[in-house]
Design a binder for this molecule. Sequence first.
Ligand code: FES
Length: 282
Amino acid sequence: MWDYSDKVIDHYRNPRNVGKIDNADAIGEAGSLACGDSLKIYLKIKDGIVTDAKFQTFGCGSAVASSSILTEMIIGKTIDEVKKITNKDIADQLGGLPPEKMHCSVMGYEALEDALKNYDDYTDLDDIRNEEEANKQREKIVCTCFGITENVIWDAIKINGLKTVEEITNYTKAGGACGKCKGLIQDIIDTYYKKEGHEKEESTLSPAQKILKINNVIENQISPELRKDGGDITLVDIDGNKVMVKLRGKCSGCKNSHLTLKSFVESTLRETVDKNIEVVEV
Ligand code: FES
């Protein structure tokens, strides 16, 4: 079961600004019905300020909540301010989203970006030409199952500091069906960190220190939390950044064990020990 913030639940149950604006000054779309999520956003703009925004979405509760809060975030803002909004801002405003649902915030960001591109006064012609030129380089569809382009994956990495294929799937859906595009996604991650000079953050701990710290976090932070619900965890082995564990008690055989491993165990170890840790159940 995913953990949703009160704000996500509130915006899902009472979505703001649902609907369509006739004579909208800008309309943007993202996702597609075929892929299970789609969003259309309508903007009314006067003197460079968004005076109204509405949305129509087809998707899960997180998609509704992301679209709803996005409209609240942009009404009353100048175009320049709106241009600076990222998917991370949308998720932050909602008090966070489960990793597997971050693609809903990306959909909001993409629809907004699309609307701004369609707005005549969005930018001057030179900017448009420069942007189109840059976009052409990365327009290629990488994931044919969900129609996700290299550009979308590149932006998701850049804005959210993503480092693994799994994170890309959570944020954009790419790689989440047949999986044939996973190699290409890995290439994009590698190219990004090489080209942009953003080296993946390496742990400053020695291997021995890392093993001790992993042991410590599992024993003193993760295991006590799992025990509260009748489960538990045992560390089996560590190989570099790969941490092999066994889930016990109620956690073993639980149909959500994969989520427990990724959303709780792996994210806790990444936060406390090393951002590149991968947890596998053995
Ligand atoms: S091509 Fe990406 S999941 Fe199938």
